[in-house]
Design a protein around this ligand. Structure first.
Ligand SMILES: [Zn+2]
Length: 73
C-alpha cells in the first residue's frame, strides 16, 4: 500500500495519535494500530479501527478537554 500524499510505503504500526473530536476535545488513543507513511506524517485508520475510534469518541463527555483512551481490541 502507498501513501496517497507522497507515494512512499505505508506500514502497520502502533502509535498514540491525538484525534480532535471538536474544538474543545482532544482524545489521545494509546497503542492504536494505524497505517503510517514512512516518509511523511500521514496516517490512515483501517475501517474497523475507525469504527472503534468513532464509538470511543462518542462516549467522551463534551466538557472534557483532553481524554486518553487505551486501544483494547
Ligand atoms: Zn507519505
Amino acid at each position: 500500500m502507498k501513501c496517497h500524499i507522497c507515494g512512499a510505503e505505508i506500514r502497520a504500526v502502533r502509535t498514540d495519535p491525538p484525534i480532535q473530536s471538536d474544538e474543545q476535545c482532544i482524545v489521545i488513543f494509546k497503542n492504536l494500530p494505524v497505517l503510517q507513511c514512512e516518509n511523511c506524517s500521514e496516517y490512515l485508520l483501517e475501517d474497523a479501527v475507525m469504527a472503534w475510534v468513532d464509538e470511543a469518541m462518542e462516549k467522551v463527555s463534551p466538557s472534557t478537554e483532553l481524554e486518553i483512551i487505551r486501544y483494547a481490541a
